[in-house]
Design a protein around this ligand. Structure first.
Ligand SMILES: Cc1ncc(COP(=O)(O)O)c(C=O)c1O
Length: 403
């Protein structure tokens, strides 16, 4: 087993406490907290705040580091408060006609449903497609079967694209079952049919590098695998796609918007062509101070190496569970992992334990100092770059004991 690429000393981890739910909330590096404190000190004396450095160059540095973390170009990044606002921006910026349709897999996190459902008043339909036999969501989510390696979720999505489908919107890594969808296969088919391909990337960002070659837009918040606090995320848009979006930005989204030597009330200016045309004014600078340090921490070791490390830990845990009470689930997940169908979340299906059984397991794990999470029928273990094989062993022992 390789050394963790992220030095655990960069984080403020409690001895004995095992946090395996960055899929809910990632811990921020100490450097990110210090950067916020330093900025707050400057805000106590606003004469020490420098507009150029703090309000312009800092956000630019976030865009640059964000682009690095997802293998993209900084011109294509727009800073947004969170994932949802990135998706709302897209939903509001596209040109819709009555009868148009947004297609999404069944059981998307609501951030990728409400921005599209809000268009219903304009005659746009939000349609969900089940990804495998027995797949359920909503009130029936606990009755859902779990995805198998023999399933073809992408095939089902592509078969469901209809003549009025304008947008395919889906999570790269699904929040409850942890399935990772094949962006290349989906994007290629969408491009051939003229369908915009929009990805909610938050459950993979910081833990894997997405293949954006066929994606039109990728939205994420910063507070999970990107290890920043709530308050800032980003939207990536393909340069070929951006011209189809009406500008949704404000005074910093136009040429020379920040140049006070030119009259600010001169509105005879062009919208910027880069990602700033979609940014809602000055970003949250405190969050910029944190996110830039979090991204630097990740980029210093490389998201690729974090991805490889997470995979090793996942294999290690699943091998440990192969012969016990979780053997069937371990085999299902190992097969999915082998087919490159999982992101950083190992989602163990409840297998008849039900809500109460899973919540009991959760509170017993928490009592042992282990912090997984439960969502919609799954017990989620999310590894990141600082976890060790000892952590994986501890989880294996815990799951065996709680089964
Ligand atoms: C797939 C997915 N998208 C988005 C979010 C969060 O959205 P936002 O960044 O708007 O809070 C979550 C949070 O759990 C999620 O799992």
């Amino acid at each position: 087993m390789t050394q963790p690429p992220l030095d655990p000393g960069l984080l403020q981890l409690e001895p004995g406490l095992l946090w395996v739910q960055h899929c809910s909330d990632g811990p921020i590096p100490r450097a990110s907290a210090s950067a916020v404190q330093a900025y707050l000190e400057r805000e106590l004396k606003p004469w020490t705040v420098d507009f150029q450095r703090d309000d312009l160059e800092l956000p630019a540095a976030v865009r640059r580091e964000a682009a690095r973390a997802i293998g993209a170009s900084l011109e294509d990044i727009s800073l947004t408060p969170n994932t949802s606002s990135g998706l709302v921006t897209l939903a509001q910026a596209l040109d819709w006609g009555a009868g148009d349709e947004v297609l999404a897999p069944l059981g998307e996190f609501p951030s990728n449903a409400w921005p599209w459902k809000a268009l219903e008043a304009r005659g746009v339909c939000f349609r969900e497609v089940p990804l495998w036999e027995g797949h359920r969501a909503g009130v029936g989510s606990w009755d859902s079967s779990a995805p198998q390696v023999t399933d073809d979720p992408e095939g089902r999505i592509l078969a469901a694209l209809g003549p009025r489908t304008r947008v395919l919107a889906l999570s790269w890594v699904r929040f409850q079952d942890g399935l990772k969808l094949d962006l290349r296969r989906l994007g290629e088919a969408c491009r051939a049919k003229g369908v915009a391909f929009v990805v909610d990337g938050i459950q993979g960002a910081g833990c894997a590098v997405p293949d954006l070659s066929w994606v039109d837009a990728f939205a994420t918040g910063g507070h999970k695998g990107l290890l920043a606090p709530q308050g800032l995320g980003f939207l990536w848009t393909a340069p070929s796609f951006r011209p189809r979006l009406a500008p949704t930005g404000s005074w910093l989204s136009v040429e020379q918007g920040s140049d006070f030597s030119r009259s600010s009330t001169d509105f005879d200016r062009a919208w910027l062509a880069d990602g700033r045309r979609l940014e809602p004014g000055t970003p949250d600078i405190l969050s910029c101070a944190a996110l830039v340090e979090s991204l630097r921490t990740l980029n210093a070791v490389g998201v690729d190496s974090i991805q490889a490390h997470i995979r090793e830990l996942q294999v290690h845990l699943l091998d440990r569970l192969a012969r016990g009470a979780w053997g069937a689930e371990a085999a299902r997940l190992k097969a999915l992992l082998g087919a490159d169908r999982l992101g950083p979340i190992l989602a163990f299906h409840h297998e008849g334990r039900g809500v109460q059984g899973m919540l009991r397991m959760l509170s017993e794990a928490t009592a042992l100092g282990i912090h997984p999470s439960v969502r919609e029928g799954y017990f989620r273990i999310a590894f990141h770059g600082w976890h060790t094989s000892e952590d994986a062993d501890r989880i294996a022992d815990c799951l065996e004991a709680l089964s």
